[in-house]
Ligand binder design. Structure first.
Ligand SMILES: Nc1ncnc2c1ncn2[C@@H]1O[C@H](COP(=O)(O)OP(=O)(O)OP(=O)(O)O)[C@@H](O)[C@H]1O
Length: 382
């Protein structure tokens, strides 16, 4: 049977997506009762009675406590913080709290691009999809959260560059082909191997969302690492409004792994919005078509998830060569077959977007002390 302290420790993974801190640190865990049967009752105090993220806390607390040995059942109850408690919370948070100072306030759509397997072309598609959205007149940003295999800087010709900070101490994204870009790679020395532990990763991603001057964007595309790991979990907690686009190849095995990724997204309540199939065959100059990685995987996965298959992107040499050269193919050769398929995908994505921008968390920051520099010390130019 776990102790109260062990339960509190476990609950530190439940993040308030608006305040960007865990519910234990925020003092939102009102009570914990452990019955002899192993049933655990947890009461969480919300900031408002009709809190829209109640379901997020319900599943987060249930999953966290259920994972502890000896727990047979979890019941989650809710009450509301008193006015005095809310004031106390705001005093605790203060200015240097990790509260979002509206960095994402002007971002209409956040789309996480994920895959099950590595090497299916997720980063290539993210970069070119961004260029295609830009060509459609959209304001686009790319956040490269593929911490282990960041390749976006290279694919956009930004390798070796570093962002600067503005007078408000916000990180300014770099820009390439009209796309605003932030990558974990900008803050590391070339080929530096970093062992990202959970809290460090969480802090870095939080900073990329809170402390980057993204400005007004129609789309923020987030390139996730392959698989079902910590990054996806963190982002889903920080951005419950984000949608998830899955890249797969036509291969049966890739589609099976992608399905696992979809299950993870579903578990953490991320809405899966679409599937894109990449490497959908090769057409030789003579017109013969070769289904190198098989056929039908994208459609099968999309049918299974009941979401649209937004595009089938063929293998073409220019797509690979331009990615290597740091130029999105879509920006320079929109008639290439792969570029055309990606442009079609972008138009599909636009057609799916909600008519009104999704409102992302913006909180009034109550300043209780002198301004302080941002929390994390990522090395920056300027
Ligand atoms: N449709 C395509 N046609 C030709 N080459 C492609 C295509 N899609 C991707 N590639 C190439 O395949 C390789 C892998 O692509 P990419 O790095 O985008 O995959 P990824 O899924 O992001 O990989 P990782 O899991 O390592 O992040 C790259 O060399 C890329 O240029």
């Amino acid at each position: 049977m776990p102790t109260r302290d062990q339960i509190l420790e476990a609950l530190k993974v439940v993040i308030d997506p608006e305040l960007h801190k865990d519910i234990v640190t925020l003092g939102m865990v009102r009570s914990i009762d452990i019955a002899e049967t192993g049933a655990v009752n947890v009461t969480v105090s919300l900031t408002t009675p009709g809190c829209p993220i109640k379901g997020h806390f319900q599943s987060g607390v249930t999953n966290a406590v259920n994972a502890l040995e000896g727990v047979t059942a979890v019941n989650v109850g809710f009450d509301v913080l008193t006015d005095a408690e809310k004031q106390g919370l705001q005093r605790t948070l203060g200015r240097n709290s990790g509260l979002p100072a509206g960095a994402l306030a002007q971002v209409a759509n956040v789309v996480c691009v994920g895959s099950g397997k590595g090497g299916v072309g997720k980063s290539t598609l993210t970069v070119n999809l961004a260029a295609a959205l830009h060509a459609e007149g959209k304001k686009v940003g790319v956040l490269d959260a593929d911490v282990w295999g960041y390749s976006i800087p290279r694919m956009l010709g930004l390798g070796g560059q570093r962002p600067s900070v503005n007078a408000e101490r916000k990180i300014l994204p770099l820009e390439s082909h009209g796309i605003k870009v932030i990558s974990i790679g900008f803050f590391l020395k070339e080929d530096e191997a970093v062992v990202w532990r959970g809290p460090m990763l969480h802090k870095a991603l939080t900073q990329f969302l809170d402390d980057v001057a993204w400005g007004e964007l129609d789309y923020l595309l987030i390139d996730l690492p392959p698989g079902t790991g910590d990054v996806s979990m963190t982002l889903s907690q920080l951005l419950p409004q984000a949608t998830f686009m899955i890249v797969t190849t036509p291969q049966d095995v890739a589609q099976k792994v992608a399905r696992r990724s979809a299950q993870m997204a579903d578990k953490v309540n991320l809405e899966i919005s679409a599937v894109v199939e990449n490497m959908s065959g090769f057409t030789a100059p003579g017109g013969d078509h070769y289904p190198i990685f098989g056929e039908g995987g994208g459609q099968t996965l999309a049918d299974e998830l009941d979401v649209p298959l937004l595009g089938q992107v063929p293998l073409t040499m220019p797509l690979r060569a331009h990615a290597d050269a740091g130029i999105p193919l879509v920006a320079v050769d929109p008639d290439d077959a792969a570029a055309q398929a990606i442009r079609h995908t972008a138009r599909g994505l636009i057609a799916m977007a909600p008519a009104k921008p999704v409102s992302l968390p913006v909180l009034e920051v109550v300043q209780t002390g002198p301004p302080q520099p941002v929390g994390m010390s990522l090395p920056m130019a300027g």
